[in-house]
Design a protein around this ligand. Structure first.
Ligand SMILES: *Cc1c(COP(=O)(O)O)cnc(C)c1O
Length: 395
């Protein structure tokens, strides 16, 4: 069968308009715009159509039907692909977990996956579910312990990377581990949700497949649930696309439009929230009610040197343990007025959560650990609220 085109033409045409060397903070704004013809819209439209005109043989790359393709996905997929350093567009999914599920489908059936003990709990739960069905075997590791991970890679089919990990903020030695995994014949998948391509590009460290919960920083406004997968390997992308078309976890056109709209301000949001996170982490470290702070930007943090070497920024997630245990931690959350008690992260608003309130959070996460997702509010206001809540709680 002749292949007329692999991707919708609007996308490839558009990508060629931009020189490859644009900086990421330009790409988030300029990526995926419609062609500059007279009276064309500046923003890509939302296309509401479940099917596409066609007759005769269906060729690879034809849209054909709304479960296979939608023009509303293209601008976001093109932009995210560029940001992660791939020449191929990303693939958008109905949720981050649908994207995780697609990436795990690349593991051969019955295969072994080496996975950080402190991965996102949905990824852990899904891989456990697959393990229970005999679809794969999970080897949990301390991802910061490079030698232990290398040892676990023997006979493995895939290495799952998360760095920084959720919620412990451990840093994996990404390049070294990806090379070791390839030596062992394993595929390397990285969940880059916490860092975003502005903080690190895992494919530059040899990672084969990058997964995102677009719900978090990329969309950035806590108003949409969405996921994405990126790879620069055409064969892997074809398998992921086929998985999406057959399993059907596709994104709605409006949701992807919202994600692209959110992505436009990613660089600004990250610059601001990261700077505030650094400031808050420093202050929290000095606070008498705080037992310990994990933030890779702190010079004393166990992951600091690695993070400084492989990341462009330290991110906006802080983990703290509070004096007085789980009860005190809950009381701090309750006393806050500006920070919102909620799960999730990466939105413009600051969120806080005691992670062990979820029954399935790994027991190695301390009971009194609070995860802070720093938003873009005024830093002094955020600190005043935290300080007041911490002072209020006595053990
Ligand atoms: C939230 C999250 C996911 C899952 O994404 P959803 O969009 O909630 O399905 C996966 N990985 C990480 C690191 C996350 O934070």
């Amino acid at each position: 069968m002749e292949s007329r085109r692999v991707y919708p033409s609007c996308m490839t045409q558009h990508a060629s308009q931009h020189p490859e060397f644009l900086a990421p903070d330009t790409v988030v704004v300029a990526g995926g715009r419609p062609d500059r013809t007279h009276d064309a819209p500046v923003n890509p439209p939302v296309v509401l159509s479940s099917t596409f005109v066609g007759q005769g043989e269906v060729y690879e790359g034809d849209r054909a039907y709304g479960r296979y393709a939608n023009p509303s996905w293209d601008p976001f997929e093109e932009t995210l692909g560029q940001l992660e350093g791939s020449e191929l567009p990303a693939l958008v999914f109905a949720s981050g977990l649908a994207a995780v599920s697609a990436a795990l489908s690349l593991v051969p059936s019955g295969g072994v996956v080496v996975m950080p003990r402190h991965s996102y709990q949905g990824s852990l739960a899904l891989s456990q579910d697959l393990a229970d069905r005999g679809a794969l075997t999970v080897r949990p590791v301390d991802i910061a312990d490079t030698e232990a991970v290398k040892a676990a890679l023997e006979g493995a089919d895939a290495l799952w990377l998360e760095s920084p990990t959720n919620p412990m903020l451990e840093i994996a030695e990404m390049g070294v581990l990806a090379a070791a995994a390839h030596d062992a014949g394993a595929l390397v998948i990285a969940d880059n949700t916490f860092s975003t391509p502005l903080g690190q590009r895992p494919m530059n460290s040899g990672v084969d497949v990058v997964v995102h919960s677009v719900t978090k920083y990329l969309a950035g406004h806590s108003d949409v649930v969405l996921g994405a997968v990126v790879t620069s390997d055409p064969a892997l992308r074809t398998r992921l696309l086929s998985y999406r078309s057959l399993r059907g976890a596709i994104a709605g056109p409006f949701e992807v439009w919202l994600a692209l709209r959110g992505l436009r301000t990613l660089a600004l949001r990250i610059e601001r929230s990261q700077a505030t996170a650094m400031e808050l982490a420093r202050k929290l470290q000095e606070h008498p009610r705080v037992e310990a702070v994990r933030y890779p930007g702190l010079p004393g943090d166990p992951g600091h040197e690695r993070a400084a070497a492989q990341m462009d920024g330290f991110g906006s997630i802080i983990a703290i343990t509070v004096r007085g245990g789980a009860e005190a931690a809950d009381a701090v959350v309750e006393a806050l007025q500006l920070w919102t008690p909620a799960t999730s992260l990466g939105g413009v608003e600051s969120l806080i959560e005691r992670r062990r309130r979820h029954a399935n959070e790994p027991a190695s996460v301390p009971e009194h650990l609070l995860r802070l997702s720093v938003g873009i509010e005024n830093a002094a206001d955020l600190w005043a609220d935290l300080d007041r809540a911490l002072q209020k709680v006595q053990d």
